[in-house]
Every structure is written in C-alpha cells, then in structure tokens.
Design a protein around this ligand. Structure first.
Ligand code: GP9
Ligand code: MN
Length: 629
C-alpha cells in the first residue's frame, strides 16, 4: 500500500474500538454460549462488567508502544483473546466446562478431534471473528508514525480504570460466594463471578502453585496419606478372595456409556440387548458412578489402575505422566502377568504411550498395529466391530495370565455411524446428539456381543475375569431438555444430574459355581476397581496407597465421590455444585447436617489423592511398585 493511502487514525480510538468489540462479544458469549445459571441481578451485573478490567488492562498496554509495535501488540492480543474465547466456546459446547492450562498443553489432541470439533461449530460463529477482522484491517491501513496524543495520561488512566474495575468485580464476587478463590472446585462459578479472562489468570496461578508442590514435597508428606489410607482400609470378602487366582483380567472401557441405557426401550426396542442380558449373566452394579474429570476416558483408566482420583484441572495422563505409581500392571507383573492395551486411535492421544510405560504396560496395540481403512474407521479411529475382530487374534496369542484393556471408540460424541450401520431408528427428541447416541450405543452393544462370542470360542471366557465399565457420561448437561424427555421427567434437576453420572459395571467371574451373577446395589465408582480386581486374584491391598474399596466386600461403605467434590451414598447425596443435601433415592432436599460426614469424606479423599499426585509422593515409599502376595 502507498504511504499516501494510509489513514491518520488516532491510536487511542483504535484502543477504544478493541475494548468495545472485546467487551461486546465476550458479553454476548457469556449470555448465549455459556450456561452460567445467573441467580440474581448482582451476578447479571458482574457478567456485564467482568470483561472490562481485562480489556482496559491488556488493550490499554498497547499505548505503551509506538508505530509498528503498537500495531503488532494490538493485533497479537486481539487474535489471542479471540482464540481464547472461541476455544472455550467450542470446549463448552461439548464438555459444559471451561479450558484449563493443562488442557491447552494437550494441544496435539485437538488436531485429532476432526469430526467432534466440526460438529461443535455453528454458522453464527463467524461473528466471533468479525471484529478481529475489522481491527486487523484498521491496523493495516493506519499510519505507523502517529504521536497525536499524550499517551502518558491515557496509559495511566487505562490502568487505574482496569484496577478499579477488577477490585470492584472481586468484591462483588466475594459477596456472592465467600472464599471464592480458595475453594475453586467449580469452574463455572469462577467464570460466572470473575469473568472468563480473570478465571484464566486464576487458573494459571493455580497451575504454577500445583506444579511447585512436587519440588517442595518430602517423605514426611506421605505419613498423613498412609495413616488415612490405613484407617480406611476395607478387607476383602473372604468368600471371594482369590476366587480368580491366576486368571486373566480383561477390562473393556465402554465409551460414553451411561447406566440409563440399560433396559431402556426406544421405539419399543431394547437399546442394549446384549448388555441387558449381561445383567443376569454376570455381576451387574446398578449404582456405580464414574469419578472422572477433564481427562475423560484417560481419567477412568487412571482411577482403575491406581485407585487414585484424577485431577481437578486437566488430565493427569498429561500433567503427571512421569510420576511414580502403584498401578495394576506393575503390581500384577510380580505375579507373572503380561499387561497390554488395545485401542484403535493414535498412541499419543491423552499422552497414553508415555503414561502406559510409566504404569508398567508391556505393550500398547494402538492404531498403527491395526489395519485401518476408510470403511472401518469413523470419528476418532477404528470402529468397535473391526476393532474386536482384529484384536481378538492378538489377545489369543498373548502369554497367560494377562491383564488386557480394550478401549472402545464408536459410541463417542458426536455419535456417528456410516450409512447402513444403524440397526435402531434414531430417537426423536429434537436434539441430534441425543437422537444419535442410542444408535451408536446399539452398535457398541453388537460389537460386545461379538467379542463375548469370540472369547467363548477361544476358551478365554472361562479363564478370565471380564470387566465392562462405562467410562464417563456421554450426554452433557447441554442436552438436558432432550434428556428430560428421554427419562420422562419435567426437567433435569441438580439431583437427577447426579443420577445421570451412573455408568454400568459388569464383572464376569469364571467358574463361580452357583453364584456367578447378581445385581449388586452397592454405591461405588471406578476408584473401587483396583482393590476389587486384586482381591479376586487373591492379592492383598493393605500395603498399597489408594482410595476406594472392594465392591464385593461386606465391610465396604456404600459410597463414592465425584470430582467436583460431591459425595454419594445409598442414603444421601451431597451435591457440591448447588451445595445441597438430598435424600436417596427420592431426591428430597434435607438438612445439610445429614450430608456433613459424607461431604467431609469426599473432601479428604480428594485433597489427599491430589496431594499424592501433585507431590509425586509415591516416590518416597521404599518400593513404589512392590507388593506382597
Ligand atoms: C480417544 C478416546 C476418547 O482415544 O479415548 O476419548 P474421550 O474424549 O472420551 O476422553
Ligand atoms: Mn471416553
């Protein structure tokens, strides 16, 4: 462009324009994209002003620069903030949650999301980029040598405004939720009361704090955890201890499979006829919950192998992949087991290749070990039917006893099937995601039927404990209206939200004469599986650091914890997101005093488990992966 064509534009006006656009689109996103549950006028007002302190500070800083640097700074920050906002919008549409620093560090995962991300984009999304384009064009055409105003005065007034707005926002937020910053379990609340950008700054500080915990930890930190775990140790059921000694263990992660699917009928047909049949062929747990956080499938894997909770922010598979653990593969190795994983996706998704080595897996059969074609893949990778077909021969060749984990994929958001592969008509809730969910769940069910048949054909069925578990919810709260119609309820309440966190669990124990199946009503979660498995194999757990308790033990407390700090027992449910106590199973609201013990137990479990992971405390035990048989 010729110099003569460049426009004289006062940089101060450009700053005002960026502040205005940034505020407007942030506010619109808060209103229409994030379901922030605004309870009163003060919260509505906070929402309105919260982007302003960020805007005045960061865009005000642009006035520190002249000419090209001014343009560069303003352009870079405009793009960065748009990326932050839009990434959160996409993330929220799927997870009903907000990004954290550890999430952003898993950037390589996003490039593999393909279909999922596309399905989350909406036609009106270009509006979030429109102002960025305008601002970039303005910067492009403006003269770079403008010194038309007294910057010093402008810069300091920008900072003063930013500071005052931030303090005002913070005081309003504290009024709404005392100790907001010290009790940061709930990201939605932080965003609602601090704004998205201040939440990200808070999250960055938290990230630095937790990363430093490892450096400051020493062996005395293990004492509190060891004492707590010892005091809560639950002995095995003597009738079942060692019932499956030296048997193989086959674990199947059922993608996004929620318990409401079991026995559910759509258009008069069972959605999961095979799993329904398993409720009377195996031990079926109908009050079993996922305990996962942002790491989803990988969090479920982590819980099961380690009997530790995943982290409040990010996926532990990524953030703490080089810690010391007492994971099932290491423990079983001492009893001569070979440990393997089968998964038809890229090996680095969720940092699995690194974490599996840390946990002691001998081999990981990932995407590259299967024959993938255009026809047998969809969404994240290999379709479940092709997956089992190719995996069983590999399984049959393994040296026994083995611990083998199968991670399914087909029932994953946005729940896609190729033409002609659906054996069930879609639901008609008006919500495409929910409608398709039943079809992919049915597809998975058919794949499982095939898998069990192959296990029986190869003789492995009688030689193996087979465990099937739903990894986490599949339908987020963003689809509550459709889910209410699925469940025949008026609306999904805070209480029914937790009922939807139930996932099915099936345990087949071979050669258990007379009593190999039963519907089990104990309240439990994924964190309980390590002691359950080890006790069935006749291996003691009283020397291990871990939470949860054997699901078959008659001494267990019927109880589990949610990563948001909620706690569920067979009598009460403490819902952390609404700070409410409910009676089970009616959902009647009752006095908080009924939930206090429960709430405290959940808090202790989570705090101590986080302490173990953030501090890498298991490195201080004499022999972290050792166990006695
Ligand atoms: C990806 C698969 C799905 O490999 O495990 O991950 P999710 O999004 O469910 O955590
Ligand atoms: Mn999953």
């Amino acid at each position: 462009m010729q110099y003569s064509q460049l426009q004289t534009i006062n940089p101060k006006n450009v700053v005002w324009l960026t502040i205005f656009c940034f505020w407007l689109k942030s506010y619109l996103a808060f209103l229409f994209e994030f379901h922030l549950d605004i309870e009163n006028n003060v919260q509505g007002f906070i929402l309105l002003i919260s982007p302003l302190s960020t805007a005045f500070f960061f865009f005000g800083c642009a006035l520190l620069f002249n000419g090209r640097l001014f343009k560069l700074y303003t352009g870079a920050f405009t793009i960065s903030f748009t990326v932050i906002l839009y990434a959160n919008i996409i993330y929220h549409r799927f997870f009903n949650d907000f990004l954290t620093v550890p999430d952003l560090m898993q950037f390589k995962n996003f490039s593999q999301l393909g279909n999922s991300t596309q399905a989350l984009m909406a036609p009106h999304d270009f509006l979030y980029w429109l102002d960025t384009l305008c601002i970039l064009s303005t910067l492009f055409i403006m003269k770079t040598n403008d010194r038309a105003f007294d910057k010093k005065i402008n810069i300091s007034s920008m900072f003063i405004i930013a500071g005052c707005l931030f303090l005002f926002n913070l005081s309003l937020a504290e009024g709404q939720r005392p100790q907001l910053l010290s009790r940061g379990f709930d990201r939605a609340k932080l965003v609602k009361l601090l704004g998205l950008y201040n939440y990200h700054i808070y999250d960055m500080i938290m990230n630095i704090r937790t990363s430093s915990q490892k450096a400051f930890a020493d062996d005395s930190d293990t004492i509190e955890v060891e004492n707590y775990v010892k005091a809560n140790y639950t002995p095995p059921n003597p009738n079942l201890f060692g019932i499956a000694k030296h048997k193989n263990v086959i674990l199947v992660s059922l993608e996004s499979t929620q318990n409401f699917l079991i026995h559910y009928k759509l258009h008069g047909e069972e959605v999961t006829p095979f799993l329904n049949q398993l409720t009377s062929d195996t031990f079926y747990f109908d009050h079993f919950y996922h305990n996962t956080g942002q790491g989803k499938t990988s969090d479920a894997e982590f819980l099961i192998d380690n009997a530790l909770y995943p982290l409040p922010r990010g996926a532990v598979y990524t953030t703490n992949a080089h810690n010391h653990y007492q994971a099932l593969p290491h423990i079983l190795d001492k009893s001569g087991y070979t440990s393997v994983v089968f998964h038809g996706n890229h090996k680095s998704f969720w940092n699995r290749d690194i974490m599996y080595a840390t946990l002691g897996y001998d081999h990981f059969y990932s995407e590259k070990d299967f024959h993938l074609t255009e026809k047998n893949t969809i969404n994240y990778g290999l379709k479940d039917k092709a997956f089992f077909k190719q995996a069983v021969p590999k399984l049959a060749r393994l040296k026994q006893p083995f611990y083998a984990k199968f991670i399914l994929l087909s029932n994953h958001f946005p729940f896609l099937l190729d033409h002609g592969e659906a054996s069930l008509k879609r639901a008609d809730t008006g919500d495409g995601v929910v409608n398709r969910y039943f079809q992919t769940a049915r597809y998975q069910d058919e794949a499982l039927r095939y898998f069990f048949q192959r296990l029986k054909d190869t003789g492995l069925y009688d030689q193996s404990v087979v465990i099937l578990y739903g990894d986490h919810y599949g339908i987020s709260d963003n689809h509550n209206p459709a889910m209410a119609s699925v469940l025949g309820e008026d609306k999904i309440t805070a209480y029914s939200h937790y009922k939807l966190q139930k996932v099915p669990l099936f345990i087949h124990i071979p050669n258990l004469d007379g009593a190999s199946s039963h519907v089990m009503h104990t309240t439990g979660g994924e964190v309980d599986l390590r002691p359950t498995i080890l006790h069935l194999l006749g291996l003691s757990t009283d020397h291990l650091i871990g939470f949860g308790a054997d699901l078959f033990s008659n001494k267990r407390k019927s109880f589990t914890v949610q990563r948001d700090g909620s706690a569920i027992s067979d009598r009460y449910l403490y819902a952390a997101n609404v700070h409410q106590c409910y009676k089970q199973p009616t959902g009647e609201k009752v006095a908080m005093s009924n939930c206090l013990t429960l709430k405290e137990a959940a808090h202790q479990d989570l705090i101590l488990s986080d302490h173990v992971v953030y501090g890498d405390l298991l490195r201080f035990l004499r022999s972290p992966s050792s166990e006695k048989n």
